[in-house]
Design a protein around this ligand. Structure first.
Ligand SMILES: Cc1cc2nc3c(=O)[nH]c(=O)nc-3n(C[C@H](O)[C@H](O)[C@H](O)COP(=O)(O)OP(=O)(O)OC[C@H]3O[C@@H](n4cnc5c(N)ncnc54)[C@H](O)[C@@H]3O)c2cc1C
Length: 578
């Protein structure tokens, strides 16, 4: 359990005149969950304070792909899909079962679409529906192959003026030319740039804009993915004159008669007592970046890296615990996972590259443990893939696991930080990121994997590639796998031979993209004591809230979808609109 201070210390009586500042709603944390909560408050004309402990807004949300998984959304309905509520509930019930309160997922399914329409109406936040973006566990009833996942539309960072610099930069390895953002769809089109006029024109347009931007800005101002979502929500807060404090540290929540009514904040060297008349919303992004809490709550071996924002260290959970808040029940993982490869950048910092969907599902790649054996369908969702690593690790060391392919694969599809069509790989080999050898056996020796096992595994896999059927793990046997394979590759878009030297390997490690253990909350996102009693005036959303899917990952955007829905619900309840 988290360490707690005696609660009496926070039950102080603060006469009104002792407050330094007074707001209706105070939000801690500027990821999409906190930004959504703050936006609703500002839209409804309430005095809103957003406190961010770092000097930039966006947290992990700004680094993310920005997808939101929201069943029965207005885009589905506008394109003629109806009745998704029941299907989505069937799916979630089958996936989550009694691992967490079924009522909360019902609330999410109802509130998600409402939140989307509310934000569209008030701040013109619009999305693009992915026609093909399958749910992660296709075999379950109610799973769909598209429609529930939405992508934010691009946002023009120039409209933020000097505040553009306040938006946290994406992961450098996920941008082109050190600062140009593109979507996955654009990346796929750009790969055809020499063969197709449409791709050429797109490339010219994006690069032209980027070069123009670089004359005045440190990076491209055409924002997409999570950056676009954060920037849009941030812009609206600025437009509505909400107060935003950066680099401010909350040292204590103040509770009086069982109600959270204010907080103590260190800002510019001054201690301020801030009153929150209607409520305080905690949205600090959970604890993926806290070594201490990872050690306490994550499975062994404990991870050392995360692709989440380094400021998500669980401070907000600790603040809440100090006034009696309870955590939800720990699960097996307490994390949502990406398999990531690790490299040291030129400036000495660590690059953590999440292998989300670009390489694992493509034909001609397998993942093996130290015995040289496969342990999973490589094309399964990132969360399930890492869970399989941990399962395999019980019998044979599987952390790191190794992605194995041949040079032809790397040229065509890229692997991790190595983008496709790269003629030279020496820099990656020198840094130890990529291992290369002329035979599978030699590669096994180079990476410390059992050579007999690996040779045998590659041979078996190549037979599967010929027949198109992966008898062992079913790679490419369901719509989710195939969505990220290569549709031009037959008979199975996810299975191709590994048979042309040199052979290549990249190590992948479990890394949390977020945490699933969080504060216990009810349907209004009110934080609860262990007795189940709500702490009046205290709310949690995003990764600060116990995961409503019991640590399962239903589909692309599930984190952001739920974070925004409960951010919306929290504020509506706090300001009396529920
Ligand atoms: C590369 C990548 C891609 C991803 N893609 C997706 C995706 O497409 N869809 C999806 O659903 N999920 C995705 N995720 C996961 C998702 O981004 C996060 O789970 C989600 O954004 C968390 O949102 P949040 O608002 O809870 O926290 P965050 O976005 O992490 O924001 C928390 C903020 O709170 C601040 N903070 C912390 N403590 C305090 C404090 N005490 N006081 C004030 N401020 C504080 C932090 O500095 C931070 O700015 C991705 C993750 C990664 C790493």
């Amino acid at each position: 359990m988290l360490r707690v201070n005696p609660m009496e210390g926070n039950e102080l009586k603060y006469p009104t005149e002792q407050w330094d500042e007074e707001y209706d709603l105070v939000v801690l944390g500027s990821g999409v969950a906190g930004l959504t909560a703050a936006n609703v408050s500002a839209i409804e004309g309430k005095r809103t304070l957003l406190i961010e402990k770092s000097c930039r807004v966006g947290g992990t949300s700004a680094l993310s792909s920005g997808s939101a998984w929201i069943p029965n959304n207005c885009y589905q309905r506008r394109s003629g899909t109806t009745g998704d509520t029941k299907a989505a509930l069937d799916y979630l019930n089958a996936l989550v079962g009694d691992r967490w309160d079924a009522k909360l997922r019902e609330i999410f399914i109802a509130a998600g679409p409402e939140m989307l329409e509310y934000l569209e109406q008030h701040i013109d936040l619009r999305w693009l529906m992915y026609d093909v973006q399958p749910d992660y566990i296709q075999k379950l009833p109610g799973a769909t192959t598209g429609g529930r996942a939405l992508m934010p539309l691009p946002f023009d960072g120039r409209t933020l003026g000097k505040d553009f610099e306040r938006v946290r930069e994406p992961i450098p390895e996920l941008m082109l030319f050190g600062g140009m953002m593109i979507t996955r769809g654009e990346a796929a089109r750009l790969l055809r740039v020499g063969r197709n006029l449409d791709s050429f024109l797109l490339g010219a347009k994006l690069c032209g804009r980027f070069l123009w931007d670089r004359l005045r800005y440190k990076r491209g101002t055409r924002l997409v993915l999570g950056n676009a979502l954060v920037a849009h929500l941030f812009k609206n807060l600025l437009d509505r004159q909400a107060t935003i404090w950066y680099s401010s540290r909350t040292t204590r929540l103040i509770a009086h008669n069982g109600r959270a009514c204010g907080l103590v904040v260190q800002r510019d060297g001054t201690e301020l007592h801030v009153r929150a008349k209607r409520g305080i919303v905690l949205a600090g992004g959970g604890f993926p970046a806290s070594p201490e809490l990872r050690e306490r709550y994550f499975p062994k071996p404990v991870v050392h890296f995360t692709s989440a924002y380094e400021g998500c260290t669980g401070d907000t959970l600790l603040l809440a615990r100090e006034i009696g808040a309870s955590l939800g029940s720990p699960g097996n993982d307490n994390a949502l996972w990406f398999p990531s490869s690790i490299a040291t950048r030129k400036d000495g910092s660590t690059a953590v590259y999440p292998h989300i969907v670009l390489d694992r599902a493509k034909p001609g790649l397998i993942a093996v443990n130290s015995a040289g054996r496969r342990f999973s369908d490589e094309a399964s969702s990132y969360h399930e893939f890492v869970r399989a690593m941990y399962r395999s690790n019980r019998d044979v060391p599987s952390i790191p696991a190794w992605l194995i392919c041949d040079r032809r694969f790397v040229w065509k599809y890229g692997i991790g930080m190595i983008s496709p069509l790269r003629p030279f790989l020496n820099a990656f080999i020198k840094r130890g990121y990529l291992s290369v050898a002329d035979s599978v056996e030699e590669l096994a020796h180079r990476i410390g994997v059992d050579a007999v096992g690996l040779v045998e595994t590659v041979r078996t896999h190549n037979e599967f590639a010929r027949s198109g059927v992966d008898i062992d793990f079913g790679k490419g046997s369901n719509a989710y796998d195939r969505a990220y394979g290569d549709p031009a590759h037959l008979p199975n878009p996810c299975l191709g031979p590994i048979n042309r030297p040199p052979y290549c390997a990249v190590a992948v490690f479990p890394t949390p993209l977020g945490t699933s253990l969080g504060l216990l909350t009810n349907a209004h996102a009110q934080v609860l004591e262990s007795s189940g009693r709500p702490i009046e005036g205290l709310y949690a959303c995003g990764n600060d809230m116990q995961n409503i899917f019991g640590g399962e990952y239903p589909g692309p955007g599930a984190q952001i979808g739920v974070g925004m829905a409960f951010g919306y619900l929290a504020t509506r309840h706090a300001i009396g609109m529920a």
